[in-house]
Design a protein around this ligand. Structure first.
Ligand code: NAD
Ligand code: MG
Length: 379
């Protein structure tokens, strides 16, 4: 029986991953979350992992009391989450949100685990280091993000070196076709209404600003080794064609399906096998029309800013990511307006200090500086 660790098990991807893993017959050895002790307790009682961890120290203390009648070990803090990631398990599925996922990913790689990666911020900030260490440890990184899973699936059987271009699709989010003027006073509730996917709050706001697609361009650069200039973003409102690749001879190969994250989660867990499930099947005649358009990069500035950040390389992607994480938090708390998010990301890109041959500590420092700059800019 294969052993699985799920990081971020209380979230949107995490809960779906538990469902898939149970059906696929995995033994779940560890579960971790940020602060939701109640849900983690319920998951732990049902799945009986060896270890659970909460990043929030107070919540972890609460969980320890809740689970005192069991043999389950309760760890706490960011160290505890990384310890859980490095412990017993063959595969670590990382569905933590934000740069908080970076250190646990590295801890898992260093201990030779296969990584099923939903946490795109891991690669956005630490892509070079993660790839280097994964190569050293001969560890596979399997994408869970639907677009990257589609690219990965489309590449099965393609000869090495034959990938020439990536067609990365985007739904366009809730504010598709809106002008800057119309976006001036949109609310948190408006931004949380994603047309095709139900996801955590942070990625839903990122989808509304197109920051998510920018982060995904950076993620694709690290996963597939292409330059950002070879990645074309296409707005595809139906979210049916999850992304495509163009190969040497001009053939374009894509993966299509209904919008359901359980399929990319399942493929990462069963790779290279394909297993049966009861997910809704795609009917192309029901869908009828698939449309593709260029994104509006003048209105949705986060996308070109991310592309600029990865073209400059180094610590720039970390700076734009950190500024965005902080800005999204402030937007969700009602403290800044929607369009301010892109402004703050732009300032981060313009003011970040770069370094060649950077370390994990440099990444964490750059993230901290970008967050502080955002707080200073709004106070
Ligand atoms: P979510 O907010 O629903 O869940 C996040 C999980 O991370 C929760 O379990 C939370 O407790 C945990 N967490 C939060 N802060 C933490 C911290 N500091 N330390 C440790 N754990 C922490 O988010 P989600 O929508 O499931 O997204 C998770 C990741 O997957 C993100 O990187 C997102 O971009 C990516 N992703 C999500 C989807 C989706 O459909 N939801 C699709 C593609 C990619
Ligand atoms: Mg995606």
């Amino acid at each position: 029986m294969k052993e699985l660790v799920i990081l971020g098990s209380t979230g949107s991807i995490g809960t779906q991953a538990i469902e898939v893993a149970e059906r696929e017959g995995f033994r779940i050895t560890a579960l971790t979350a940020g602060s939701n002790s109640k849900l983690l307790e319920a998951q732990a009682r049902k799945l009986k992992p060896l270890v659970v961890a909460l990043a929030d120290e107070n919540a972890a203390a609460d969980l320890k009391v809740r689970l005192r009648d069991t043999d389950i070990k309760v760890l706490s803090g960011t160290k505890g989450v990384s310890e859980a990631a490095a412990g017993s398990g063959d595969i670590v599925l990382n569905s933590i949100v934000g740069i908080a996922g970076l250190l646990p990913t590295l801890a898992a790689i260093d201990n030779g685990k296969t990584i099923a990666l939903a946490n795109k911020e891991t690669l956005v900030t630490g892509g070079e280091i993660v790839n280097r260490r994964a190569k050293e440890k001969d560890v596979k990184i399997l994408p869970v993000d639907s677009e990257h899973s589609a690219i990965f699936q489309s590449l099965q059987g393609a000869p090495k070196g034959s990938l020439k271009k990536i067609l990365l699709t985007a739904s366009g989010g809730p504010f598709y076709n809106k002008t800057k003027k119309e976006l001036q006073n949109v609310t948190v509730n408006d931004a949380l209404k994603h047309p095709n996917w139900s996801m955590g709050a942070k990625i839903t706001i990122d989808s509304a600003t197109l920051m998510n697609k920018g982060l995904e361009v950076i993620e694709a650069v690290h996963l597939f080794g292409l330059d950002a200039s070879k990645i074309e973003v296409l707005v595809h409102r139906q979210s049916i064609l999850h992304s495509a690749v163009e190969l040497t001879d001009g053939a374009v190969i894509a993966q299509l399906g209904t919008p359901d994250m359980r399929l990319p989660i399942q493929y990462a867990l069963t790779y290279p096998a394909r297993s049966q499930n009861a997910f809704e099947r795609l009917s192309l005649t029901d869908i009828g029309t698939l449309t593709f358009e260029k994104p509006d990069i003048d209105t949705f500035r986060c996308l070109p800013l991310c592309i600029e950040a990865i073209a400059k390389g180094g610590l720039y992607p970390t700076a734009v990511n950190g500024a965005n994480e902080e800005a999204v938090r402030l937007f969700l708390e009602g403290k800044i307006k929607f369009l301010k998010i892109a402004e703050l990301v732009e300032t981060a890109l313009a003011t970040a200090e770069n370094k060649n041959d950077f370390t994990v500590e440099d990444i964490l420092y750059t993230d901290k500086m970008a967050r502080e700059a955002v707080l200073n800019a709004i106070n």
